[in-house]
Design a protein around this ligand. Structure first.
Ligand code: ATP
Ligand code: MG
Length: 576
């Protein structure tokens, strides 16, 4: 590509509305332009990268045996009514009507369409397992579109859906996709980790997210280096802290705590460490109106874990109005405690582990100290209710190695998600096929997403410096930039550059020759900003010495290469 014929749309200034580095650099390098919130134009430079990502994903999916299809972006409401999601799916679903007044949506995902398609096309277990994928535009009316293409409303996803005769076979299809995703993200040269993720009702080891580790990531991940464990914070198992529960050592005593409503107030007035206090949260129950959840004073409730408990209503709903709280506990929110509380009580593992603790006395402005489970109130049901924190012991550790199996919290960008759906959609939409005995059975499904456009931004988060993007070779928009010094003035320079451009192109190397009438400084800056991995500078003075200057985008210094064997050298550098 000649730069004079290519839309180079670099910007000097950092656009004010771009908060994270990838968004800033995608705008500055001239890869994308905003159309409206969460909607972007891809410029030629950006599209070259997007296509490379797409191709790697496609090649690995094809290798895995998956078959490519293409489904429509617009989907009829009838299919969503069959799955029950027309009502369930919230504001992210963009709904619309056609000229006949029929309801449609712009697909945020394609479970309904593929399940409907495959239930009509696949008849026999002999056609299974099968996996179908597409690379396609999705629309989700995100509450907070931001960070450019990282969290857009319209974006490109690779989505795949597997069909199996039973759960065991689904596990096999899932494992193949797990390995495929490892290959995809490795080829993309990303620093990533597979992360155990929440799978709602199905449970087991049946959902993983793939995260690119970056400080700008929107998700928090619990990581233990020692056990190579990584789990979504929503899911990560939090063990009881504090060792075995100590025996009671003092009598329970009621104290006056006028106007003290928060744990901090109680800690200050009693002088007790916060680890010796508990807090009580009231939520809606599934069998009882209200259930009390108990956590140690310094721990946070994990809502995702809580709502999986059979006695707790999902979605988790706090009892918030003073009237309801007083009706349930006999006092206002800051004074609730476990002694004499006439509600079902579920306590976090760490909260059941303490002795001689403080809690509210179920009377305004009064608390108890030196409360002990089993002595002053009933032993509660112990359940993992809290969010794991840095310094907690990894759930994979045994007693003897717990000291060096500590959790750290890292930030991640979710670039992929694999998920065992089981029969959720196939049952609702009656997707059956005949088994070995000629009996109709409901197929087991998995779904597998890759955020193709998000990957472009995620890669930049990990590969940049103060001069711009540093593309990994696998997805660089061009392999080599040729920068002439005096292209318009020197015949020798022009001829050398043109030859080099042609010969490299013939070898399949993607070259951008900067034949614009720009100062060398501008061309260098643009090439660095756009992140081209290899740069050749062709000038008359060097050519007279038989040299061409070469610089790797990652290197500090340039080096002189012999002009005569420049092609061979580049071939070696690019391993073509
Ligand atoms: P997130 O938690 O980031 O919203 P999700 O769980 O909604 O993601 P999935 O439904 O699993 O995402 O979609 C598959 C992949 O599509 C995600 O792993 C992510 O890489 C990508 N993706 C999802 N939402 C967006 C978006 N708004 N913009 C760009 N990519 C997205
Ligand atoms: Mg989402």
């Amino acid at each position: 590509m000649r730069a004079s014929k290519f839309l180079i749309a670099t910007l000097k200034e950092t656009p004010a509305d771009a908060q994270i580095i990838s968004h800033q650099l995608m705008l500055r390098a001239g890869m994308i332009r905003k159309v409206a919130a969460g909607l972007y134009n891809w410029l030629p430079l950006g599209l070259r990268v997007l296509r490379k990502v797409e191709n790697i994903v496609r090649e690995e999916m094809d290798k895995s045996g998956a078959q490519e299809v293409l489904m429509p972006a617009i989907q009829p409401s009838e299919l969503w009514e069959q799955s029950g999601r027309w009502e369930m799916y919230g504001g992210e679903l963009l709904r619309m009507k056609d000229r006949h007044g029929r309801d449609f949506c712009f697909g945020p995902t394609h479970e309904e369409v593929i399940t409907n398609l495959i239930s009509n096309e696949i008849r026999s277990y002999k056609q299974l397992p099968a996996n179908f994928y597409q690379v396609q535009t999705k629309f989700r009316d995100e509450r907070r579109p931001r960070f450019g293409v990282m969290r857009a409303r319209e974006f490109i996803m690779k989505d795949a859906y597997s069909f199996d005769i039973n759960a065991e076979s689904l596990q096999g299809s899932y494992d193949v996709m797990f390995d495929t995703y490892m290959n995809i993200f490795t080829r993309l040269n990303l620093g990533f980790a597979p992360v155990e993720a929440d799978n709602g009702s199905i449970g087991g080891n049946s959902s993983h997210e793939f995260h690119v580790l970056a400080d700008s990531g929107e998700d928090a991940i619990a990581v233990c280096e020692k056990y190579d464990y990584a789990a979504n914070l929503e899911l990560a198992q939090a063990l009881a802290v504090g060792g075995e529960r100590q025996a009671p050592s003092a009598e329970m005593t009621k104290i006056d705590t006028p106007n003290q409503r928060t744990m901090d107030d109680i800690v200050k007035s009693t002088g007790l460490p916060i680890e010796k206090t508990i807090k009580t949260l009231l939520v809606k129950g599934s069998e009882h109106d209200v259930v009390a959840l108990i956590l140690r004073g310094d721990h946070e409730l994990n809502e995702f874990k809580a709502e999986k408990h059979p006695l707790i209503a999902a979605p988790l709903t706090f009892i918030e109005s003073d009237k309801e709280i007083i009706a349930a506990a006999g006092c206002s929110a800051g004074s609730i405690g476990v002694v004499g509380l006439d509600l079902p009580i579920i306590a976090d593992l760490s909260a059941t582990n303490i002795s001689d603790f403080a809690c509210g006395a179920n009377n305004d402005d009064e608390h108890y100290i030196n409360v002990n489970w089993g002595r002053d109130c009933e032993e509660p049901e112990a359940y993992d209710l809290r969010t794991i924190i840095a310094g907690d012991v990894c759930s994979r550790a045994g007693d003897d190695d717990s000291a060096d199996a500590k959790i750290t919290i890292k930030r991640g960008i979710e670039v992929g998600h694999i998920f065992q759906l089981g029969t959720k959609y196939s049952e609702a939409m009656n997707a059956t096929c005949l088994d070995e005995n000629g009996k109709a059975v409901v197929m087991h499904m998995g779904c597998y997403g890759v955020g193709v456009s998000r990957i472009v931004a995620a890669s930049i988060e990990q590969n940049h410096d103060d001069r711009g993007i540093i593309w990994p070779e696998a997805i660089a928009p061009f392999d080599v930039a040729i920068i002439p010094i005096g292209y318009q003035k020197s015949e020798l320079v022009q001829k050398t550059c043109d030859n080099l451009y042609q010969q490299l192109s013939e070898l399949g190397v993607e070259v951008i020759l900067d034949d614009r009438k720009e100062r060398p400084g501008v061309m260098f800056a643009d090439s660095d900003l756009m992140g081209i991995p290899h740069r050749l500078v062709v000038g008359e003075r060097s050519l007279e010495k038989g040299l061409i200057e070469y610089k790797n985008r990652r290197a500090e210094e340039s080096e002189d290469l012999n002009a005569d064997d420049i092609l061979e050298t580049i071939k070696t550098l690019l391993k073509t």
